[in-house]
Write a protein that binds this ligand. Structure first.
Ligand code: GTQ
Ligand code: FE2
Length: 357
């Protein structure tokens, strides 16, 4: 910085003080200090998370005060959220319970982990939850969850709450009754679940994907098919769930991926402005994030912050399957998406430390 010497120290102090008096701040002093909090990559082990999530069933019940029984993946350094834009939480619903109907401007996804017999109703369509299913709750759609089965149901919630909060656009409304009327069961799948085949006469007049429920069997079939054909050097066999009408991401602020890191694969490292939250659906392996090794196995969660170098490794003999949510659509729609390959060392980072969580 070009510092002039026309003012002496006292005059300079007076100048800054008088500016401060009228709420002016010199941009040359705190330049670069305006960013979101710095967050470190982090990992949560299912073996530690699951017992505490199950125990939350003894602490609260999801009535109109509590609304939802959730435990947030709280990345160190963040007051809210799991990345600066996205929030991931584990939700537990016990047999016979109902998480009452409401809607809000933040958008949500559910990634179903364990249990059977529960469902979410979204805008009147009842979606039965099975492990590996992805269910969408776009902005301002009515939703409630009910467990009609006999086992505890646990799923991962992914929401854009930190972003919407920051934008001061958070609105929330309760449905007058605990549950909204069920109009159909699985109709979004019957209409739009075939992907390239859609009802010829229907105009899609909602600002979100008309397919609200992506069933595991179909997701897995797509993944296995793609694995026989091609892969990405950075993500191996990666599939982006898509809106069958636009072909784009399923939501305006979040995109969801399912990816297979095949046995023996070590991907190349890259970084991008999008941040991601991963769930290890099957298998085991590790990721190197900014030089730190994160070993993971089935059920674990980890976060890749914006602009962190990352690569994935599977040294086991079985395929690993990773689910993730990412804020890529935000970055792309604002023209802020940027991506860079790691070029040194044949594309792989030196491992300098190991995560011990
Ligand atoms: O299930 O509707 O994790 O409204 C946070 C807010 C879940 C939900 C969360 C919510 C929900
Ligand atoms: Fe909600």
């Amino acid at each position: 910085m070009a510092v002039k010497d026309s003012l002496n120290a006292g005059e300079l102090r007076d100048y800054y003080d008088s500016a401060d008096d009228i709420n002016l701040t010199p941009g040359w002093v705190d330049w670069g200090q305006h960013g979101a909090p710095e967050i470190e990559p982090f990992l949560w082990r299912w073996s530690q998370v699951e017992p505490l999530v199950l125990k939350s069933g003894e602490v609260v019940t999801p009535d109109r005060d509590v609304e939802r029984r959730t435990m947030r993946l709280a990345t160190p350094g963040l007051q809210r959220g799991t990345t600066h834009t996205l929030l991931a939480a584990l939700q537990l619903l016990l047999p016979g319970e109902c998480a009452p109907s409401h809607r809000h401007t933040p958008t949500a996804i559910r990634w179903i982990l364990t249990g059977e017999g529960a469902y979410t109703t979204v805008e009147g369509d009842k979606c039965a939850m099975e492990p590996g299913d992805l269910i969408l709750t776009p902005s301002w759609t009515w939703h409630d969850h009910t467990n009609e089965g006999s086992s505890p149901m646990i799923w991962l919630d992914g929401l854009d709450i930190p972003l919407v909060h920051y934008l001061k656009a958070t609105f929330f409304e309760q449905f007058p009754e605990d549950t909204q009327p069920v109009i159909s069961e699985g109709d979004s799948v019957r209409r739009y679940g075939a992907g390239s085949y859609r009802p010829a006469w229907e105009q899609v007049d909602v600002p979100y994907s008309p397919l609200l429920h992506y069933k595991w069997a179909k997701t897995n079939e797509a993944l296995q098919n793609l694995a026989g054909v091609n892969s990405s050097p950075f993500d191996d066999v990666a599939i982006e769930y898509s809106d069958p009408v636009t072909g784009g991401p399923v939501l305006k602020t979040m995109t969801c991926w399912i990816q297979m890191v095949r046995a023996g694969v070590h991907t190349k490292a890259h970084r991008h402005t999008a941040s991601k939250i991963y769930q290890v659906f099957r298998g085991e392996g590790y990721s190197v994030i900014d030089g730190k090794r994160f070993d993971w196995s089935q059920g674990d969660f980890f976060v890749v912050p914006s602009w962190a170098w990352h690569e994935h490794v599977n040294e086991s003999g079985e395929e690993a399957i990773l689910f993730s949510i990412q804020d890529t659509p935000i970055m792309k729609s604002l023209g802020l998406y940027r991506e860079e390959p790691y070029v040194e060392n044949a594309g792989n980072q030196p491992v300098t430390s190991r995560f011990e969580g």
